[in-house]
Design a protein around this ligand. Structure first.
Ligand code: AMP
Length: 217
């Protein structure tokens, strides 16, 4: 059985860090739509050129484009034995499209990471990522060089205070309704993201085990 995991939560909840860690441990791909878009911006593709201004304002790229990106990615061979989706879905329309894409595949396991708003704002204000490979700096690490590739650590252009406030507004308006969308499913769990990274990781694993066999055959 494949483990098809969705990690939900507001910006700054630690979705990327947890998704990356979990996916690596399980040997399944982490699919981050934010990373896919940032890469498209960097390489200057048509989608990247159009997405840049939208991302810089903290708004959402349109559903049709995002659904196309995810459908294509989930159809690839490496996602057949499971995946961790991070940053998608972000709207109910995307969630409905994902359910259609998942028809005939193993069920989605949905974990929502919750964190109080003030803590999110604080975390995002100090978050640094590598401009070369996109890796997040570990919490509390103020080094100016990426531990993975040696690239320069910079603030994300959409982590400025004004854009963060807009992203949180967009989250409440467009993405929070996803909790209602998934809450009644037996494979839905909510976990407390205001703990240490290790505790959150342990709760994430426990939540996944609790909803079944954790995807193991
Ligand atoms: P993230 O790295 O997940 O915070 O995403 C960064 C930005 O990419 C978001 O603020 C949106 O502008 C865009 N984005 C990422 N995923 C999606 C999505 N599923 N739907 C719409 N826009 C997205």
């Amino acid at each position: 059985m494949a483990l098809n995991l969705l990690v939900l939560g507001p910006p700054g909840a630690g979705k990327g860090t947890q998704a990356e860690r979990f996916a690596r441990r399980r040997g399944i791909p982490r699919i981050s739509t934010g990373d896919i878009l940032r890469e498209a911006v960097q390489t200057g593709t048509e989608i990247g050129r159009r997405a840049k201004a939208i991302m810089d304002r903290g708004e959402l790229v349109n559903d049709e484009v995002m659904i196309g990106i995810v459908k294509e990615r989930l159809d690839r061979e490496d996602a057949r034995s499971g995946f961790v989706l991070d940053g998608f879905p972000r709207t109910v329309a995307q969630a409905e499209a994902l359910d259609a894409i998942m028809a005939g595949r193993d069920p989605l396991v949905v974990v929502d990471i919750t964190v109080p708003e003030q803590q999110l704002v604080r975390r995002l204000a100090s978050r640094m990522i590598c401009e070369a490979c996109g890796t997040n700096a570990p919490a509390g690490d103020a080094s100016t060089q990426c531990g993975r590739c040696g690239g320069r650590m910079v603030q994300r252009t959409d982590d400025s205070e004004a854009v963060v406030l807009e992203r949180l507004k967009v989250y409440h308006r467009q993405s929070e309704p996803l909790v209602e969308y998934y809450r009644s499913r037996p494979t839905y769990r909510s976990i407390d993201g205001a703990q240490t990274m290790d505790r959150v990781a342990a709760d994430l694993s426990a939540a996944i085990e609790a909803v079944g066999n954790g995807g193991r055959p």
